[in-house]
Design a protein around this ligand. Structure first.
Ligand code: GLY
Ligand code: MN
Ligand code: MN
Length: 467
């Protein structure tokens, strides 16, 4: 059975969509779930529903689609299309709800067979002023919408009118999804707690695996296996994204995946891995010494990144801009790069110079934050809605960054990545460090809630947990 709390949230969200559509004259929203995807020959990728669709239905079966009708005066009707019951297929593939049971269990006004979609949608679109669907999410949907609209237009001589305007449903849903409700925050907290345990387990497996190596010697995939084990043991359905387990200089490759490189004493390991639980992501990076003891140069840079992360966390308060944590983290990183001779003072003399010239970008080339929720890089506008665009003297456009509000969830993930180069002190070559937590913004300027705090990150805590 679906979670009743979740279903109540979904119903409230559908009501909010109806309210917003009604406010601009009403219309019909059409929202499909994700297709199944073939991996190779007849083997599928594990199925994952579409996040927008799940947000409004709580329904996880493929071949489903939601229609919401909203009149200008706020009347509404929800129709779920889903697969029919099929005793034969259910023997092979397992339970499916079927329209009748789905209607009752998921609280929609009506449910119909997905096989009747092309026949029913033109009826649902008839005499409606507008159609809303998610633009640029589902390849081919635009053509299907055109097909349904053509079918309505074909009835023109019977007095039926077709919707005259099309709108992006994401414009409504993205902003709703940006603000997490109590149910969502609870799931994300639990996902984050499982992921944090995975990081602890991988850290411990690293120091232990170097003392008692497996036959192949300790390798990145051994640590990945610990993470995956912990995620599933904790009840998570899957990793929220491809796990990065990068030993030594592999940490300097930003999109490295867990592979088979040896894990060596004296080197760092960067792990960016976290689980998805009940449709919600978590996203954690920790960097630790493979054998449990930081060397001097590793520790020096680690403490710079940790200080940058602390400053960024402190800046992530309600009323601040989305970019404020990045800006304060960057200043700390820039100072550290100067202090440790990674940027020669002869070239730029101070933090402002490092930032103005972009000299830091060799060592820190990504942003500090992204929204997180059902998708690890979640939807939501990064610019503040309604604030004027600033046109710069060179013609470029600058939109003021989003203002952080209570219950927004984002990551804070500064790093430093030092590739070997003649003009960089050799002691730092091949060191890559990132420290990433997930946070929820709290009300009234309170410090943010660090959802991933259970994963150790100070030098002392990491060394203690790995001992
Ligand atoms: N793991 C993806 C990211 O950190 O953004
Ligand atoms: Mn991230
Ligand atoms: Mn990450």
């Amino acid at each position: 059975m679906p979670d009743l709390n979740l279903l109540a949230r979904c119903a409230a969200r559908r009501a909010e969509v109806v309210r917003q559509l009604a406010a601009v004259g009403g219309g019909v929203a059409v929202l499909p779930t994700a297709p199944e995807a073939l991996r190779n020959r007849d083997a599928d990728y594990p199925y994952r529903h579409d996040s927008y669709f799940y947000y409004l239905t709580g329904f996880t079966e493929p071949h489903s689609l939601l229609v919401l009708q909203a009149t200008a005066c706020g009347q509404s009707r929800s129709v779920l299309f889903c697969r029919d019951k099929d005793t034969e297929r259910e023997i092979w593939d397992g339970f499916r709800w079927g329209p009748e049971a789905a209607r009752e269990a998921f609280g929609v006004d009506a449910a119909l067979s997905i096989n009747s979609l092309d026949a029913e949608l033109p009826k649902l679109l008839a005499d409606q002023p507008a159609v809303w669907w998610p633009f640029a999410v589902h390849p081919g949907l635009e053509t299907r919408v055109e097909g349904w609209l053509s079918a309505v237009r074909a009835l023109a001589r019977t007095g039926v009118t077709a919707p005259r305007t099309q709108h992006d449903l994401c414009a409504v849903l993205d902003d709703m999804r940006l603000f997490k409700d109590a149910y969502e925050l609870d799931v994300i907290r639990r996902a984050a707690a499982i992921s944090a345990q995975g990081h602890i387990r991988a850290m411990q497996a690293s120091s232990r695996g170097l003392r008692q190596p497996p036959p192949q010697g300790l390798r990145e995939y051994h640590l990945e296996a610990e993470l995956l084990h912990t995620f599933r043991q904790g009840g998570a359905q899957a990793p929220a994204y491809g796990s990065i387990v990068a030993a030594g200089a592999n940490a300097c490759v930003l999109h490295y995946r867990a592979s088979e490189a040896p894990v060596r004493a004296g080197e760092l390991v960067l792990i960016d891995a976290a689980c998805e639980l009940d449709g919600y992501a978590s996203d954690i990076t920790r960097t630790f010494p493979a054998d449990g003891r930081f060397t001097g140069p590793q520790r020096a840079l680690y403490d710079v990144v940790l200080a940058a992360q602390s400053a960024a966390l402190a800046a992530a308060v309600e009323g601040a801009r989305f970019t404020d944590p990045h800006d304060v983290a960057l200043r700390v990183l820039a100072q550290g790069l100067l202090d440790h001779g990674l940027i020669a003072r002869g070239k730029v003399s101070d933090v402002d110079g490092v930032i103005a010239t972009g000299a830091y970008k060799r060592f820190y080339m990504h942003r500090t934050s992204h929204w997180m929720g059902m998708d690890v890089h979640d939807c939501g506008d990064y610019a503040e809605p309604g604030e004027a665009i600033d046109i710069q003297p060179d013609g470029s456009r600058k939109r003021p960054a989003r203002i952080l509000r209570e219950s927004m969830v984002l990551t804070i993930e500064p790093g430093l990545y030092v590739r070997a180069a003649d003009d960089v002190p050799a002691a730092f070559h091949g060191i890559g460090i990132r420290i990433e937590d997930d946070i929820a913004v709290r009300a009234g300027g309170q410090p943010c809630e660090v959802l991933t705090a259970a994963a150790p990150k100070t030098v002392a805590d990491i060394e203690a947990v790995m001992r």
